[in-house]
Design a protein around this ligand. Structure first.
Ligand SMILES: Cc1ncc(COP(=O)(O)O)c(C=O)c1O
Length: 431
């Protein structure tokens, strides 16, 4: 065993000694990422990897990107922190840009420091605005780790408690290959989905819950996505009953899906509230909720956020936003994503261990099954994740059974890098 391997394993021992047992790490031999450059990262032993997961879809414009690094260091040299008790010009400017691009007329923005907290804020606002704690959530969803968000997370692997401040009812959505909506045409899926929602509303709620919360593409759920227009179809029922729609864009926002700046745009739905995090500031702790001003303004008590929208994170957010818009990275996500998906479909053709290749833009999932059916195969996905790392490629894993590879490079990825990633994946999936 080399000296370097001992350094990583010693760090792993220290991690296990002081970190919670449930804070899971990837890989039998976890790595520390110590440096990044564009779409590549290096571990503590100097090994280089093509990074096709971006720290969970967060490094949206690449590692070490000079515009973001310079914005952060410039702001850090001026003032790092002041709190929301004082005016913060970069926060206001970013809010103006996000409000303008949100698609919500008369929008206002509240900044937080994590996606969990953004969804907490959205649910607080929706329930306060409507005067009820009834919420509709989607099966196989993930919305965060807090007490409130666990209550709307439809995945037992991420639900450590049954207690919740919310009264939640569940609808179908996402999977095309399992569950009651499996193997349906798009039209049948939409028709059955609306029947399911109506049934849930009539039988498990007062008929007037505060809101429905949904991810346009389920992230932790394994990049599962319903047919285009699904949530828009459901919204007809919601609007009739005065129920708000919260789009959780924590993974799908900021051009990631290629088809729109937000994932909801492929769904024909008009959100009342949008939550965002991850890709907004290329890895700085920034998140928030955008919404109709009457909803954002509805709270009848004071609130602050000590860190939310702080000057350094907001400057990183502005630099990231400008890069995404000025370099048309949404279009790059569309083109590179199409190349990635087509390549994966070629690799999957005739491979009975792959049940589905799915996704939009730079958000592509590969679902592993036992050959000859749709029984999930977390073992195959786990082995593929390890083999990819050994080949020099970092990707993610998800799905209700942990049997889906999640492939999501930075939006700056180029053709040569996609080709290189596909070559590595070819070896991994082929084996
Ligand atoms: C769709 C979605 N919502 C919310 C969250 C929670 O975000 P955070 O981990 O920043 O609290 C996540 C995190 O993976 C997510 O994927």
């Amino acid at each position: 065993m080399s000296l370097e391997v001992n350094v990583a394993s010693e760090l792993f021992d220290r991690h296990r000694a002081v970190m919670p047992s449930w804070l899971s790490l990837y890989y039998d031999e976890p790595i520390e990422i110590t440096r990044g450059e564009g779409c590549y990262v290096y571990d503590g032993e100097g090994r280089r990897y093509l990074d096709f997961f971006g720290g969970i879809l967060t490094t949206s414009v690449g590692h070490g990107t000079s515009e973001v690094v310079e914005a952060i260091s410039d702001q850090a040299g001026k003032v790092i922190h002041s709190s929301t008790l004082y005016l913060i010009e970069p926060m206001i400017e970013l809010a103006e840009k996000l409000a303008a691009i949100s698609g919500i007329p008369d929008a206002k923005v509240f900044f937080t420091t994590s996606g969990t907290e953004a969804n907490d804020a959205a649910l607080l606002l929706a329930t306060a605005f409507k005067g009820t704690n009834q919420i509709i959530a989607v099966k196989n969803s993930y919305h965060g780790r807090s007490f409130t968000e666990i209550g709307v997370t439809g995945n037992s692997a991420w639900s450590p408690t049954s207690y919740s401040p919310l009264n939640v009812s569940w609808v179908q959505g996402g999977s095309r290959i399992r569950g009651p909506l499996a193997n349906l045409s798009d039209e049948e899926y939409l028709a059955r989905g609306i029947l399911d929602l109506e049934d849930v509303l009539m039988t498990t709620t007062t008929g007037r819950p505060a809101a429905m919360i949904a991810e346009p593409i389920q992230g932790v759920g394994g990049f599962t996505l319903p047919p285009d227009g699904y949530f828009g179809t459901l919204q007809k029922s919601l609007v009739n009953r005065g129920i708000l729609f919260i789009a959780d864009e924590v993974q799908t926002g900021f051009g990631r899906t290629g088809e729109g700046f937000w994932g909801y745009q492929s769904q024909g739905v008009q959100p009342d509230l949008i939550t965002f995090a991850k890709g907004v500031a290329n890895g700085m702790a920034l998140a928030g909720v955008i919404g109709r001003s009457e909803i954002i303004d509805c709270l009848g008590a004071n609130s602050i956020s000590t860190f939310g929208g702080g000057p350094v994170a907001a400057r990183a957010g502005l630099a990231t936003f400008d890069l995404i818009v000025n370099r048309n990275l949404q279009e790059n996500a569309r083109r590179m994503g199409a190349m990635l998906k087509a390549g994966l479909e070629r690799l999957a053709a005739g491979n009975e261990a792959i049940g589905e290749v799915r996704g939009k833009g730079l958000m592509v999932g590969v679902e592993f099954v036992e050959p000859g059916g749709f029984v999930p195969s977390p073992q195959r996905a786990g082995k593929a994740l390890e083999d990819a790392k050994a080949a020099g490629l970092l990707i993610g894993k998800g799905g209700l059974s942990g049997n889906v590879l999640r492939i999501a490079p930075p939006l700056t990825v180029n053709e040569a890098e996609i080709a290189q990633g596909l070559e590595m994946l070819g070896k991994v999936i082929g084996e």
